[in-house]
Ligand binder design. Sequence first.
Ligand code: AMP
Ligand code: MG
Length: 326
Amino acid sequence: MKKIALLLGLCLCLSVCGCRRETSRSATLYFMDTLITVTLYTEDDDLADVIFAECRTILTDLEDLWSRHREESEIARFNADGQGIDCPDARTHALLETALAVAQATDGAFDPTIAPLVSLWERCGEEDRLPTEQELSAVRGYSYLTLGESSLFKSDPAVQLDLGGIGKGAAISHLIDYLESCEVRGGLVSFGSNVAVFGEKPDGTDFRVALRDPKDAHGTVGTLTLRTGEILSVSGDYERYVTIGGARYHHILDPKTGYPADTGLASVALVAKDGAVADALSTALFVMGQEDAMAFYRSGVYAFEAVFVAHDGTVTVTDGLTDRFE
Ligand code: AMP
Ligand code: MG
């Protein structure tokens, strides 16, 4: 995860370096276990400092709401309670609305209630053993979650949320919404394996992002032109994993089998207008595999474009990217 963050950061940085250095200001922040780089096209140091401070506030608030490892967060409170919580924050409500919609549209390939399965694999990694059938069958899915107008309830006490597959994308959209309201010409945000741009570059050239080669942390599979208002989210099996019996088990789980998704894909890079949608769909399409993912793309349920990289090195792009992926 950190490696791709750095690579994306580096590639973005290279494209920014085309303009004179003093026309941009950058800050590196650290939230949700992830490095974030915010770059602004402005020469005003004071303005940049005010904007960076507000970015920190936005991210602190979201981490306080969504981290399942912070006892006081809404998600931790929901997870610890046998029934759920009343009156979730509007940002949490909106995020879960998107999460449940994507879960339904992808027939559960994306499942925000994946927390018990994630914890099970972490435990199995520590104990160097595979999960038992009994442990896997005890896991409940998103159909046990109900989002009301001012409530978030579970119909089984075992249900727990993990927003690892959607939270960073949602957070980047919150940042971009704020940044677009600022008096700067444009800029970009890289947040782990999510990237977004806004406004325009001082030299008027395109924002170009290099996509990492899943097999080689220093290599790339191509370069994508990212348009203002778009968010790019990448899910890959190289990002995080546990080792059991000497074999790697990666972190993107197929809720239907309980095992890491194994569909021949090494990564999915997905572009959409909404960060939460982009993040959730990149995870879902990775689980679905390329064939089902392409059928889902053609169904038009969500508007997005994607780049699929298979384990055999094959790179496939959806129709809308053919003229802007090299
Ligand atoms: P991403 O890198 O966006 O694909 O998200 C991966 C993270 O999302 C994992 O580390 C888990 O925390 C969580 N996750 C894993 N599998 C799923 C899934 N099928 N649906 C939703 N979240 C998942
Ligand atoms: Mg995701």
